[in-house]
Design a protein around this ligand. Structure first.
Ligand SMILES: Nc1ncnc2c1ncn2[C@@H]1O[C@H](COP(=O)(O)OP(=O)(O)OP(=O)(O)O)[C@@H](O)[C@H]1O
Ligand SMILES: [Mg+2]
Length: 310
C-alpha cells in the first residue's frame, strides 16, 4: 500500500503581502502599506497544505536554504500534518521569497527564487516521491534545475502506477517553450488558468485552448477566477459555476482549487463534483489573506465547506 495519497514535488517559500499600494510609486519616497501578511506561499506548498487539511496524507518534496525563512516555511507547512520528509536543506543557500502587492483584484508579484532554482532530479528521493497513489507538480517554470527532467519524473510516476496532475502556473519569461509537450504525455490532469491555457496552446481563445489541450492530456481543467471553472475530457465538456463569496484576497485561489479538485479526483468522483469542489475550495481561499489562512481556521473551513457542499 502506498504511504501517501498524494506526493507533491515543488517549491517552498513565504509570501510577504503588502496591502494598500498607492496609485503611483515614487522613487526615494517612503510609502506606507495599510496592512502586512506574512504567510506560507508558493503554489506547491499552498496546494500541499490545503490538501492535507482536507484530510489527505500528503508527502512533500522540496528544498529550503539554511536561513530563518526556510525554518518558518517548514514550521507553517508542518502544522497542516503533511509529511515533510522530502524537504532538503541546502547549506549556505537562501530560501525563496515572494513579495505581493495587491492592486484591486490584480496584484504585482516579485519572487526571489532562492533554492527553488537549484533543486535537481538528483536531489529527489524517488522511493519517497513515488510512494503515493497520485503525483502532483506545480510551477513548472520555476524549477530551473529540475525542469530538464520533469518529463522523466512524470514518466516514472506513471510507470509506478500513480495518477498525475500538473499546474504549470505562469512562465515568468512568457516563452512557453515546447519542452512542456514532453511532460504532457504523462499528465492525467492539467490545471492551468485561462491565460496559461491559451499560452500553452498558442491561441487567444480559451475554448480553442481547451480543444487543443484535450488532444494532449486526458483531462484539462481551466480555472476562470470569479467565473468558476471548465473541464474538457476528449470531446466531453463540463462547466461549474463559482461559489459566491466576499473576496478578500485572490492569492492562492488557483492552488486551493487544485487541492479541492484532486481531493475528489483521487476518490474517483465524477468530473462535475471535482469541479464543484475545486470551485468551493478556490472560493474558500479568497475569504482570507494569502493562500492558506482560510484553511488554517478549522471552524471557518468546516462551516464554509458544510454550507456550500451538496
Ligand atoms: N472572486 C472569486 N469568487 C469565487 N470563486 C473564485 C474567485 N476567485 C477565484 N475563485 C475560485 O478559485 C479558482 C481559481 O482561481 P483563478 O482562476 O484565479 O486561478 P489561478 O489564476 O491559477 O490562481 P493563482 O494565482 O492562485 O495561481 C477559480 O476557478 C474559482 O473556482
Ligand atoms: Mg495558478
Amino acid at each position: 500500500m502506498a504511504k501517501f495519497d498524494v506526493s507533491v514535488v515543488g517549491e517552498l517559500n513565504l509570501d510577504m503581502i503588502l496591502y494598500g499600494l498607492p496609485r503611483e510609486l515614487e522613487l526615494d519616497r517612503e510609502h506606507l502599506a495599510k496592512d502586512l501578511s506574512m504567510t506560507l506561499g508558493s503554489s506547491s506548498a499552498i496546494f500541499t497544505h490545503n490538501l492535507a487539511l482536507l484530510g489527505n496524507k500528503v508527502g512533500f518534496s522540496s528544498s529550503i536554504g539554511s536561513d530563518p525563512l526556510g525554518e518558518i516555511c517548514l514550521q507553517r507547512l508542518g502544522e497542516c500534518g503533511a509529511d515533510l520528509g522530502g524537504v532538503r536543506r541546502f547549506p549556505g543557500k537562501l530560501t525563496g521569497l515572494t513579495v505581493i502587492l495587491p492592486c484591486g483584484t490584480q496584484r504585482y508579484i516579485l519572487t526571489y527564487p532562492g533554492t527553488m532554482f537549484e533543486m535537481s532530479y538528483d536531489d529527489l528521493d524517488l522511493n519517497y516521491v513515488l510512494n503515493a497513489r497520485h503525483f502532483h507538480l506545480s510551477s513548472y517554470y520555476l524549477h530551473r534545475a529540475l525542469r530538464p527532467r520533469i518529463a522523466d519524473l512524470f514518466r516514472a510516476a506513471k510507470k509506478a502506477g500513480l495518477t498525475t496532475s500538473l499546474d504549470t502556473n505562469d512562465d515568468p519569461e512568457d516563452l512557453w517553450a515546447d519542452d512542456l509537450l514532453q511532460v504532457l504525455q504523462y499528465v492525467d490532469v492539467l490545471l492551468p488558468n485561462e491565460r496559461e491555457a491559451c499560452r500553452i496552446a498558442r491561441t487567444e481563445d480559451a475554448a480553442r485552448a481547451a480543444d487543443i489541450l484535450a488532444e494532449r492530456v486526458p483531462l484539462v481543467v481551466i480555472k476562470r477566477g470569479k467565473a468558476g471553472a471548465i473541464a474538457r475530457r476528449g470531446k466531453e465538456q463540463f462547466a461549474s459555476a463559482p461559489v459566491e463569496v466576499e473576496m478578500v484576497d485572490p492569492v492562492g485561489a488557483g492552488d486551493s482549487f487544485d487541492a479541492g479538485f484532486i481531493h475528489q479526483f483521487i476518490r474517483g468522483a465524477r468530473i462535475e463534483d471535482c469541479l464543484k469542489y475545486g470551485n468551493l475550495t478556490g472560493a474558500l481561499s479568497t475569504t482570507r489573506a494569502g493562500g492558506t489562512e482560510a484553511f488554517r481556521d478549522t471552524s471557518h473551513r468546516t462551516l464554509f465547506l458544510q454550507k456550500h457542499w451538496k
